[in-house]
Design a protein. Structure first.
Length: 384
């Protein structure tokens, strides 16, 4: 029946004309998406090069710091030798020798941490060089139309979000230690104020001295309130970081799904040849992750060295406090010096607490980097 065939043909033509704009729009999405990926890849490459330059500068700064700490350690050793000679001549007691020994121990720990800082800076430079190769490989993959580029960028964003989450948890511990230090300082200022107020009532000092000390006490109270606010702020930042991680995980999952669709589309095209570019990208990602792992291992060692230095400081402060207490008991020094040394010991302990939190954070970061490296190495290498 000619009429029906003609009507069917016209219907199919009308349907094709209706769907044609949508089909053309979808066909245009691929080039636009590919151009967008290439632009992002170029920006990432420029950023990687800038970070490489900053890492090279970091090596020079670390080397200068090492030189300074080496000089400080040498000075402490000479000072210890002098005190030992005075102790042998009867002009210094054994406790002074012990204190100098603790100072040398702290100096050695500081120098060791500085040496590790140089090695860390060099490894960060190596990681930055690997990041440049990775960015170049991403650029190459983007030029082929590979859909893995957004997925890799989403993975990097997730890693950054997790690192920020770990840093936020560390900042809470750091803020809590600072709050404890501010509380101890406020108590010390309160004791000073009370003692001077008694002396003023006895007409032993001028009233303005008490007024000045009251100002210091009020300032210490304000510092304590500020420290408390920083603790609350740090705890709030943890919640924000956790939400950022969840959002980054959702974006990562979406990018993975999009990458699978893009790769299926690319492999169905006879002109698509992304395997070589993806292989280069995989190798660069492995190199970068290994360099970051090596740097993270040294960061743990440096954090341990700094904590050891702070333990030596605490031991030295404790020894000095005991000596001042003995002098105060014999009326050979003022009681306020005992309070000052107790405050110094308390502050040293809080610094040690912060150092131990840094060790904990460094180990958590190392564990995260090692897990990421294992995941990258476990990926099926393209073309392999």
């Amino acid at each position: 029946m000619p009429t029906n065939r003609r009507g069917s043909w016209r219907g199919r033509l009308a349907c094709a004309l209706v769907l044609l704009p949508t089909a053309l729009a979808r066909a245009g999405e691929v080039p636009r998406e590919q151009e967008g990926q290439k632009a992002v890849a170029e920006a990432e490459l420029a950023l990687a090069r800038a970070r490489r330059d900053a890492a090279a500068l970091g090596v020079k700064i670390a080397q200068a710091h090492l030189s300074a700490t080496t000089s400080e350690r040498a000075f402490r050793e000479k000072q210890r030798t002098r005190i030992v000679e005075l102790e042998k001549a009867g002009s210094a007691d054994k406790r002074a020798v012990d204190e100098e020994q603790e100072g040398v121990r702290a100096g050695l720990a500081t120098e060791r941490a500085a040496r590790l800082s140089v090695e860390i800076a060099r490894l960060r430079l190596a990681a930055a060089e690997a990041a440049i190769r990775e960015a170049a490989a991403i650029q190459e993959a983007a030029a082929t139309g590979s859909g893995v580029v957004p997925a890799i960028q989403a993975e990097d964003d997730l890693d950054d979000a997790r690192a920020e989450q770990a840093d936020a948890q560390y900042r809470v511990e750091h803020a809590e230690a600072e709050e404890a230090r501010a509380e101890a300082f406020r108590l010390f200022r309160g004791k000073e104020f009370d003692r001077l107020a008694i002396l003023a009532r006895r007409k032993a000092i001028e009233p303005r001295v008490v007024e000045e000390q009251e100002d210091r006490f009020r300032a210490a109270q304000a510092d304590e309130r500020q420290a408390e606010a920083k603790v609350d702020q740090a705890r709030a930042s943890v919640a924000i970081a956790e939400a950022a991680v969840r959002a980054a995980e959702a974006r990562r999952d979406l990018a993975r799904a999009s990458a699978r669709l893009t790769q299926e589309r690319a492999t169905s095209s006879p002109t698509a040849r992304p395997a070589g570019a993806l292989k280069h990208l995989h190798e660069a990602r492995v190199d970068r992750a290994r360099a970051e792992r090596d740097a993270a291992r040294l960061e743990v060692q440096r954090a341990d060295a700094e904590a050891e230095r702070d333990r030596a400081t605490v031991a030295s402060r404790a020894s000095l406090l005991e000596r001042v207490k003995q002098l105060a008991a014999r009326r050979s020094t003022e009681a306020r010096l005992v309070d000052e040394q107790e405050l110094a010991l308390t502050e040293s302990r809080h610094i040690l607490r912060q150092s131990e939190a840094t060790v904990k954070s460094a180990r958590a970061r190392l564990q995260a980097i090692e897990s990421r490296l294992q995941a990258i190495e476990a990926e099926v290498e393209p073309g392999g």
